[in-house]
Ligand binder design. Structure first.
Ligand code: AMP
Ligand code: TRP
Length: 352
C-alpha cells in the first residue's frame, strides 16, 4: 500500500446521509430581536431548502430554575414565535424537546463520550456561572452535551444559530467524531455545521454596544422583545445609547463606534440591506433622523409577529396540536438512530 492509500484508509469515512437541519431555543424568557435575527429568520428560510426540525429546548431551560407553573406557557410562547415568524408546520417539525425521550437518552450516552477537559473550555458556562460555579446545577455544566444529543439524535447536518453557539457546535463535532471512532462506526454520526453567517448573527444590547442582547439582561431597555408593541419598540429605539457624531459614510468608520455599528446592523438586517447600503442612505445624518427610521422599520417587521403571537396564545389549542404532532414525528425520526446507537454501544437488546 502506498502512503497516500494508507492515509485514505485511515481517514474517517464521510457521512453519507441526507442534509437535515435542527435548531432550538430555550423557553426561559421573552424572545428578543437577537433571537429573531440570529436564529428564527434563518429557520424560516431553511424550511424551503432542507428537512427541518425546530425544538423548544425545555430540558436546557431547567438548567436554571424555571417556575413549574410557567414552564409550559413559556414553551408555547416559543412555539408561537416560530409560527408567527413564518415557520410552517407543514414544512418543518416543531416540538418540545422533553416530549422526545431520545434526547435525554442519547444525552447520557454522549456524556460518557465527551471529556471533562472539553467541557472545561466552554465559555458560555463560565459566563453564566460567574464566580460561584459550585452553586450551579450539574446540568448547566453538561448542557452542551445535551445540545450535541439534540442535533445528533436526528443525524442533523446543519444547525442555524447565532454567533454565541459556535463553540458548542465545535464540541458537537468533536463528540460525534469520538463516538464514531471509539465504537468503530465510521460515518455513523455526521459532523454538523453551524450556520452562523448572516447580518443578525450577533445583535448587541441597546444600552451597551459591547454586550450581547440577552434575555437575562436586567434592563428591558437593552432589548426589543418580539411581543413589544409599537410604542415600546419606538421608545426603546429612541432611548438606545449612541454617540454624538453623525453616521459615517463608510463601514470602516463604524469600527470604534459599537453602538452606531449595532444600530446600523439592526436596520440592515431588518431591511435586507448591507451596512454599506444603510450608510449610503443615512451617512452624514444624525441619530435624530436615523432613529425614527429605525423605529419604523422595526415596528413594520416585528409588530405583526407580536400580534400574531398574541392571537395564537389566546387559544393555545392550535399550538398544542402543532407541538403534539411534531413530537410524534420527531420521535419516529429519532427511533432508528437510538436503536443503532444502542447496537454500537453494545447494550442488551432482545435477541441481540
Ligand atoms: P437562547 O435565547 O440562548 O436560547 O438562544 C436562541 C438562539 O438565538 C441561538 O441560536 C442564539 O445563538 C441566538 N441568539 C441569542 N442572542 C443573540 C444575539 N444577541 N444576537 C444573535 N443571535 C442571538
Ligand atoms: N444552546 C442553545 C442556546 O443557548 C440552545 C440549543 C439547545 C440549541 N439545543 C440546541 C441550539 C440544538 C441549536 C441546536 O441558544
Amino acid at each position: 500500500m502506498t502512503d497516500t492509500a494508507s492515509a485514505a484508509a485511515q481517514a474517517p469515512a464521510a457521512y453519507q446521509g441526507p442534509a437535515r437541519v435542527l435548531s432550538g431555543i430555550q423557553p426561559s424568557g421573552a424572545l428578543h430581536l437577537g433571537n429573531y435575527l440570529g436564529a428564527i429568520v434563518k429557520f424560516v428560510k431553511l424550511q424551503d431548502e432542507m428537512e427541518c426540525l425546530y425544538c423548544v429546548v425545555d430540558l436546557h431551560a431547567i438548567t436554571a430554575w424555571q417556575e413549574p407553573a410557567k414552564l409550559a406557557a413559556q414553551t408555547r410562547e416559543i412555539a408561537a414565535a416560530y409560527l408567527a415568524s413564518g415557520v410552517d408546520p407543514k414544512k418543518a417539525i416543531i416540538f418540545p424537546q422533553s416530549a422526545v425521550l431520545a434526547h435525554a437518552e442519547l444525552g447520557w450516552i454522549l456524556q460518557c463520550v465527551a471529556r471533562l477537559g472539553w467541557l472545561d473550555r466552554m465559555t458560555q458556562f463560565k459566563d453564566k456561572a460567574g464566580k460561584h460555579k459550585e452553586r450551579e446545577s450539574v446540568g448547566l455544566y453538561t448542557y452542551p452535551v445535551l445540545q450535541a444529543a439534540d442535533i445528533l439524535v436526528y443525524k442533523a447536518t446543519h444547525v442555524p444559530v447565532g454567533e454565541d453557539q459556535r463553540q458548542h457546535l465545535e464540541l458537537t463535532r468533536d463528540i460525534a467524531a469520538k463516538f464514531n471512532h471509539d465504537f468503530d462506526a465510521p460515518g455513523f454520526f455526521p459532523l454538523p455545521e453551524a450556520m452562523v453567517e448572516g447580518p443578525g448573527a450577533r445583535i448587541m444590547s441597546l444600552r451597551d454596544g459591547s454586550a450581547k442582547m440577552s434575555k437575562s439582561d436586567p434592563s428591558d431597555y437593552s432589548r426589543i422583545n418580539l411581543m413589544d408593541d409599537a410604542d415600546a419598540i419606538a421608545q426603546k429605539v429612541r432611548k438606545a445609547r449612541t454617540d454624538p457624531e453623525p453616521l459615517p459614510d463608510n463601514v470602516e468608520a463604524l469600527a470604534l463606534r459599537p453602538e452606531a455599528d449595532n444600530l446600523v446592523g439592526i436596520y440592515g438586517a431588518l431591511a435586507g440591506l448591507t451596512k454599506a447600503e444603510v450608510l449610503a442612505r443615512f451617512g452624514g445624518e444624525g441619530f435624530g433622523r436615523f432613529k425614527p427610521e429605525l423605529a419604523d422599520m422595526a415596528v413594520a417587521r416585528l409588530a405583526p409577529i407580536g400580534a400574531e403571537m398574541r392571537r395564537l396564545l389566546d387559544d393555545p389549542a392550535e399550538i398544542d396540536r402543532v407541538l403534539a404532532d411534531g413530537a410524534e414525528k420527531a420521535t419516529a425520526l429519532a427511533a432508528p438512530v437510538i436503536d443503532e446507537t444502542r447496537r454500537h454501544v453494545g447494550f442488551w437488546r432482545p435477541g441481540g
